[in-house]
Design a protein around this ligand. Sequence first.
Ligand code: IPE
Ligand code: IPE
Ligand code: MG
Ligand code: MG
Ligand code: MG
Length: 322
Amino acid sequence: MSSIYPAKTESDERGAAPQGEDFEAWAGRLAARARGLVDRQTGGTLSPGSPLGEAMHYAAALGGKRMRPLLVWATGDCVQAPLEALDAAACAVELMHAYSLVHDDLPCMDNDVLRRGQPTVHVRYGEAMALLAGDALQTRAFEVLSGDEAVPAPLRARLCALLAAAAGAGGMAGGQALDLAATGRQLELAALRDMHARKTGALLRASVLMGLACGAGRDPLLVQDCEPMLLRYAQAVGLAFQVVDDVLDASTDSATLGKTAGKDAAQGKATFVSLLGIETAREQARQLLDEALQALAQLPPAARARSTRLAELARQIVARSF
Ligand code: IPE
Ligand code: IPE
Ligand code: MG
Ligand code: MG
Ligand code: MG
């Protein structure tokens, strides 16, 4: 099978910093790498002019912060995981995320018309095509993980299992069902945290766990020792991501967000802002950032020294403006 990945350049090795590369340069380089990987999986893979192929590409390749791939690569850095496996994991989780956004925006869900500063997929391609594009992005994610012969077969299976669990009834899809059921009602804090941890946290958590799993072939003991801390990091960051999303929905304009602002209140969504108010929600996000950073501080020294990108990603997730 021919490689599904863009050609490597010298500076690509495991996202290793070219001499003196700072965080911003690293994140920019790897976000572009994510775009290239996703492009390959959605661009020329269906016959040109195919509306389904176009809708998939529109949904996945254009825009987005690429936060989940960055978490995969940054975690992989901690445990010095090989680039091939990290690329597959990064690409697959981004395809899964793109699918979740397409379906989240559908009229039967959040009924949103704006995403990443553009009309949503169903506005542009029609509802049926948006549904199918989401379906096909999801299955493409598993093709990417299962079909890459550069990745050892047991690792491919493990990555598929992690992603499936995060996306399914116990993770993202289950969280989205809770979100719909809670619309027009107020949840208690524990139930709200659980809903957010599933609908949004699960894929972010899986990004970290997949990055970690990729390191098992190199240093299984290090991976084992890192797992409890990285799990705590991932849970805190995953929840913080949606808390901040709630805050931004209530406090930022649509042009900055690239999606419709103020929709949560308009639709009666149960959010951290509706339950706690905006200042307390912000404070919760800051506390979750502290938890994430404390978890990294407890990593074994070898991994801790390589966790600065994870720390910076956590800060950015909490400080972001869109
Ligand atoms: C938006 O995710 C949906 C949530 C899970 C809150 P992102 O904020 O990561 O969206 P993009 O990929 O950057 O557009
Ligand atoms: C959705 O949360 C998270 C997903 C599983 C896609 P939101 O509905 O708040 O996400 P946005 O604000 O539309 O991006
Ligand atoms: Mg939603
Ligand atoms: Mg939404
Ligand atoms: Mg939102």
